[in-house]
Design a protein around this ligand. Structure first.
Ligand code: SF4
Length: 431
C-alpha cells in the first residue's frame, strides 16, 4: 500500500515553509515547523524506523481515534522542547499534502526532512516507566492512560452519543466514527476506574516525569438532566483518584461536553478538578450549527458560550479552556471564502471569549478520510501561523496564563508554544 496525496500540486498553490518563516521573523522556526508537521503529517524512513527501540521509545498509544502499534512512535520532540504529537501518517493513508520524511543523516541523527532538505533534528518521545506494566485486573497500563509530554491523559469513554442520531455527529470528527466501530465490535469502551487509580499510582513513582493529570471522553447525553451520565462517568473515576492530584505540580484537568453550573460545581467539589475544558471547536454561530449539529441542537452556540462563562465563575479566570480546530471556518460551501476574512472573524470571537476569562486554544486540522469532512481542504501554513499569533496575543492581552495547553503538556496547539516566548519577553520588560 502507498500513501495517496489528494492535492499533488499543493506546492505550486501555497507558500513554502521557507517563505512563511521569512514572513514571520518573530515566530520561532520550531513553532512553524511543528505546525506544518501537524498540518502535513510525517512518515518514517526505514532507517528512522530502525532507530525505534521499544524498550526506550514511546510506541503503542491509545487514543480516542484508535490505537497505534510498535512500528511507529507517539511523537517527536525538537531541540527546544517543542512537542509534535500523533503526526505519523500510516502506509495506506490518504492525505492532502506530502508528509515530511523523518530520516537519519550521515551523522546518525534523526532528522526532519522534505524533498531532500534537512530542516531540524528530532528525538523520539521516551516511554514512561509504567507503560509496560499491567494492573491487578490484568489490563496493560498503556491502555489505561497515555502520555503527552509531561501530562498523563486518560480517555474515560471512547463512545460519543451524538453519533446515536444520524446527522448529529461533528463533521470533522474521527473519534465518533471510531467509537461506533468499537461499539459494534463489542470492544471495551470505558476505562475501569480501579485500573486508572492503579495506573496513576504507578506513574507517580517516576519522579519528575509528570506535571498534570488530564481526562477526556466522548459525550454521554442521558441522565436525569442532559449530560448527567457524562458527569457521573467522570465522577466515578475522579472520586477514586482525586487524592493523587495533590502529587502532581499542576491542577487536574478535565475535558467534557459543556456542562451546566450545578454539574461543574460537582466536578470541582466532588471530583477535585481545577482546570476545565469544553471544546466549542468552531467560533461562528452559523458554522457551528452546520459543523456540530448535535452540539447545536442540544446546547446551542450561545448556550455553549454561556456554560463556558459560568465555568469561569466556578474554576476561576484562566482555568477554563475551549479548543478550536483552526481551519473549520473555511470549510466549503458555508465557510468563509478567504483566509483573511476567516481569521478576522475567528479572532474577533476569540477576543470576546478571552475578555470573559476563557482561554481559546487552536488545533491544527488534519482532514481524516473517515470523517464527513473528508473532502475538505485545510488552510495554508501561513494561516495557521497568523491564527496562533492572534490567539497567543489574546492570552497575553487578557492575562490568561496557559497552564494546561503549553509546549510541555499537549503538543498540537501552536499558540501554547508561542505563549512561552511571550512570557519570556514580558520578564525581559520587567527586568
Ligand atoms: S462531541 Fe463532536 S467532536 Fe466530540 S466526540 Fe462527539 S462528535 Fe466528536
Amino acid at each position: 500500500m502507498a500513501i495517496q496525496i489528494k492535492i499533488p500540486d499543493w506546492r505550486e498553490r501555497e507558500d513554502s515553509i521557507e517563505k512563511v518563516i521569512e514572513h514571520h521573523p518573530d515566530v520561532p522556526i520550531f513553532t512553524i515547523l511543528k505546525t506544518d508537521l501537524h498540518r502535513r503529517g510525517y512518515v518514517l524512513s526505514a532507517a528512522a524506523r530502525a532507530k525505534i527501540d521499544v524498550n526506550i521509545h514511546h510506541t503503542n498509544g491509545i487514543h480516542l481515534t484508535g490505537e497505534s502499534d510498535s512500528t511507529t512512535v507517539e511523537g517527536l520532540v525538537l531541540r527546544d522542547g517543542t512537542l509534535v504529537c500523533n503526526g505519523c501518517v500510516s502506509d495506506d493513508e490518504v492525505v492532502l499534502r506530502d508528509p515530511y520524511l523523518i530520516d537519519v543523516d550521515e551523522n546518525d541523527r534523526i532528522v526532519i526532512t522534505d524533498q531532500g532538505r534537512i530542516y531540524e533534528e528530532a528525538e523520539f518521545w521516551r516511554k514512561p516507566d509504567y507503560y509496560d506494566k499491567v494492573t491487578s485486573k490484568g489490563t496493560p497500563m498503556w491502555k489505561v492512560a497515555n502520555v503527552r509530554g509531561k501530562r498523563i491523559d486518560s480517555e474515560l469513554n471512547k463512545y460519543c452519543e451524538f453519533w446515536d442520531t444520524p446527522g448529529d455527529g461533528c463533521k470533522y470528527c474521527g473519534i465518533g466514527v471510531y467509537g461506533v466501530q468499537e461499539k459494534k465490535c463489542g470492544h471495551q469502551l470505558r476505562v475501569d476506574p480501579d485500573d486508572l487509580a492503579e495506573t496513576l499510582q504507578e506513574a507517580l513513582k517516576q519522579k519528575g516525569r509528570f506535571l498534570q493529570f488530564n481526562a477526556t471522553q466522548g459525550s454521554l447525553l442521558g441522565g436525569a438532566k442532559l449530560l448527567d451520565d457524562e458527569l457521573e462517568l467522570c465522577l466515578d473515576s475522579l472520586v477514586r483518584i482525586k487524592k493523587l492530584f495533590s502529587r502532581f505540580p499542576l491542577k487536574a484537568s478535565l475535558v467534557t461536553t459543556a456542562l451546566d453550573g450545578q454539574q461543574l460545581e460537582r466536578l470541582r467539589d466532588e471530583g477535585g478538578i481545577g482546570i476545565y475544558t469544553a471544546n466549542i471547536e468552531v467560533l461562528n454561530k452559523e458554522l457551528f450549527q452546520w459543523i456540530c449539529p448535535g452540539k447545536a441542537r442540544h446546547i446551542g452556540y450561545d448556550g455553549w458560550k454561556g456554560r463556558l462563562e459560568e465555568a469561569v465563575s466556578i474554576f476561576g479566570k484562566g482555568n477554563v479552556y475551549t479548543d478550536i480546530i483552526g481551519g473549520l471556518e473555511l470549510a466549503t460551501p458555508h465557510g468563509f471564502k478567504t483566509e483573511d476574512e476567516a481569521l478576522e472573524s475567528v479572532l474577533k470571537e476569540a477576543d470576546l471569549l478571552s475578555q470573559k476569562g476563557i482561554q481559546v486554544v487552536d488545533f491544527v486540522w488534519r482532514v481524516y478520510q473517515n470523517t464527513i469532512f473528508k473532502n475538505q481542504v485545510s488552510p495554508s501554513l501561513d494561516y495557521y501561523v497568523r491564527l496562533s499569533q492572534g490567539i497567543s496575543a489574546l492570552h497575553d492581552a487578557y492575562g490568561l496564563n496557559n497552564y494546561s495547553r503549553d509546549y510541555a503538556r499537549s503538543g498540537n496547539q501552536p499558540s501554547g508554544d508561542l505563549d512561552r516566548i511571550r512570557r519570556r519577553s514580558e520578564l525581559g520588560k520587567i527586568g
